[in-house]
Design a protein around this ligand. Structure first.
Ligand code: AGP
Length: 617
């Protein structure tokens, strides 16, 4: 998704902006640019398609002012118009005095562009964003600044997070947010920052606050004003302290963010559990106090909404919630739910799961659920993100920044958060027995150790297997019960970073179609855990694949001699109670996908066509 950075302060603005854009690269982009004012208030702009290095080169080629104190920057993920220099942001008005960077979509840009062109505005790009800057220029002709901003935005339909630099107002930056991805404000020493997410601010400040939908901010070096952009009514903002260090957002010596994030899952889970469950296995989630206790004890159904990997975590959650709470659980892709006029009501607890908290499908789906009077909760990894600010209650995973586009530690900590929620609801609703609930709680507490032991063992065994299987073009992943979602997630990991086609399937469904695909060139990865109630069934699925010469990689529990005889290759994981196995059985599949992608030389942290957070439909 597009990344935005803005700065005003004592440091050289160019360096601060470029550093911020580099920290936002993980969001996925295809061009970048910056605009700054020097101390004579001249406006300088440079923007290039491709990687940020192209922008840096262009800045060094020209006489770029050293002493700039204010500016804006942008990494663009193209939605309208090819990734070209002209289509890169910032965009300038005709007079070259107003510059804008934007994240979102202007729905009525065609009609606005025609109207502005009739007024004589010359457009240079194919983007929807450019209409914003010409609209600002037109409104500034007969409105004072910054009132012209509100007047211009009244004519706009769509979603936007935008930051504006105006040469005629050289000591202010203006930020506005309406439905687009988030905007976070950082307060530094003699400096103010504004960015799409907190990664761009780490290393400059830990004191931040977020703009809410419909808010505008006027930033100067040491002060700010937040207001409703339509009424200009001032708003107070709560300052948050972000604990993340810049190092957490760096690679920490690993070759890729994805590997770092796979290997830090034990700590991420420890942090997620900390202070929420005691040694006896009793949970205490203060986060739930935002929802009426009587509702928590009596609601009839859970409806889970998510996308991608978060959806698969939710699918694991369906098994957990139904097993422990004995209430119906539905799960839906947020992109389907939001358009279906869904049947939910005040008796439902709607649970949105999202790592970024900015996935627009999930954000809009949760709004749809709220409009139907459902109580809403969010399991999310980013403090202050849009989804967390719209849900009635929030249970944050504490995985730290997840930079790699392929979600790993977010997934396992989402499952841990689901466990915490299930056990807390069980405590409030007195199901199942106290002893069973506490026993499960104590089991949950052991997961970080199991994860660490498994990862350390796997690092040595996965590489040779990846070597052997990196040249195949298709894979099938099979699992049953609570490990069926792990087959789906394992397949997603492989396809999204190695670009090899992979499908996840419930093993029982193989006979209903996929078995037609099996031959010696079609490897099948099977989750076959000996302590699972489905073990015998899975073994027969493996035999069906072998009978058609399909190579089988088994994810087996330690010392499973029968399983080892049935498969061609196997990866061992510790024996673990089936309900908790997804947090372990996903680990070899994450590493297998990673190692295959490394062998194939893929852009692992920023796979082609993908973005870390899908903030546009
Ligand atoms: C998973 O590896 C992908 N990055 C993608 O499927 C992701 O899970 C999905 O876009 C949802 O993102 P969210 O969790 O931030 O809402």
């Amino acid at each position: 998704m597009c990344g935005i950075v803005g700065y005003i302060g004592e440091k050289p603005a160019t360096a601060v902006l470029l550093d911020g854009l580099q920290k936002l690269e993980y969001r996925g982009y295809d061009s970048s640019g910056i605009a700054v004012l020097d101390h004579s208030h001249h406006l300088h702009i440079s923007k290039r398609s491709g990687k940020i290095q192209n922008l840096v080169k262009s800045i060094h080629q020209f006489h770029w002012p050293q002493s700039c104190y204010i500016g804006i920057g942008h990494t663009r993920w193209a939605t309208h118009g090819q990734p070209t220099d002209e289509n890169a942001h910032p965009h300038l008005d005709c007079s070259g005095t107003i510059a804008v960077v934007h994240n979102g979509i202007i729905e009525n840009y065609h009609e606005l562009k025609q109207h502005l062109q009739k007024q004589g505005h010359i457009f240079k790009s194919q983007t929807d964003t450019e209409v914003l800057v010409h609209l600002l220029e037109a409104e500034a002709r007969h409105n004072a600044w910054p009132q012209a901003v509100g007047e211009a935005l009244k004519k706009v339909r769509g979603t936007y997070s935008l930051v504006i630099l105006n040469q005629k107002d050289p000591h202010h930056l203006i930020g506005v947010r309406k439905g687009g991805g988030g905007l976070v404000i950082g307060m530094g020493k003699q400096a103010m920052f504004i960015a799409s997410d907190v990664s761009a601010l780490l290393g400059h400040t830990h004191q931040v606050f977020y703009l809410d939908d419909g808010e505008m901010i006027i930033l100067e070096k040491q002060a700010y004003q937040v207001m409703d952009w339509e009424t200009q009514k001032l708003r107070l903002k709560q300052l948050l302290t972000i604990e993340w260090t810049p190092q957490q957002a760096e690679k920490g010596g690993y070759a890729h963010f994805m590997l770092k994030e796979i290997m830090e899952q034990s700590k991420a889970m420890e942090d997620t559990l900390r202070g929420r469950i005691d040694a006896a296995g009793n949970t205490q989630l203060v986060e739930l106090s935002k929802i009426n206790l009587k509702f928590l004890k009596t609601f009839h159904r859970i409806v889970i909404l998510a996308c991608g990997t978060s959806y698969y975590a939710g699918l694991v959650g369906k098994f957990i919630f139904e097993d422990i709470l004995k209430i119906p659980v539905e799960i839906d892709y947020a992109s389907e739910f939001r358009y279906r006029d869904p049947v939910v009501d005040a008796h439902d607890l709607v649970l949105a799961i999202s790592q970024s908290g900015e996935t627009v499908d999930t954000l809009v789906a949760i709004r749809e659920a709220k409009s139907k009077k459902s109580k809403t909760m969010a399991i999310c990894n980013v403090l202050g993100s849009s989804i967390t600010r719209e849900a009635d209650a929030v249970l944050l995973t504490r995985a730290g920044p997840e930079i790699g586009v392929a979600s790993t530690k977010a997934f396992t900590t989402q499952v841990a958060a689901i466990w915490l929620l299930a056990l807390e609801l069980a405590r409030l609703r007195r199901t199942p027995t106290v002893s069973r609930r506490l026993q499960m709680g104590r089991h949950l507490l052991k997961m970080p150790i199991y994860i660490e032991q498994t990862l350390q063992a796997l690092r040595k065994t996965i590489k040779p297997l990846a070597q052997r299987f990196s040249r195949y073009d298709h894979f099938l992943y099979l699992g049953r019960g609570i490990n069926y979602p792990i087959a789906l997630e394992g397949a997603l990991k492989l396809k999204e970073i190695s670009y090899i086609h992979a499908e996840g399937y419930p093993a029982g469904e193989m006979k209903h179609g996929p078995i037609a695909l099996i031959d010696s060139q079609f490897p099948v990865v099977v989750l076959a855990l000996k302590s699972s109630r489905y073990y015998e069934k899975i073994i027969s699925n493996i035999e069906q694949v072998r009978a058609r010469s399909g190579p089988v990689i088994g994810i087996l529990e330690k010392n499973d001699s029968l399983g080892q005889q049935k498969v061609n290759f196997f990866i061992e994981i510790p024996t673990i109670e089936e309900s908790f196995s997804p947090m372990i059985s996903i680990l070899p599949l994450q590493l297998l996908a990673y190692e295959i992608a490394v062998i194939l030389g893929r852009e692992i942290d920023q796979p082609r066509n993908l973005a870390k957070s899908v903030t546009v439909e």
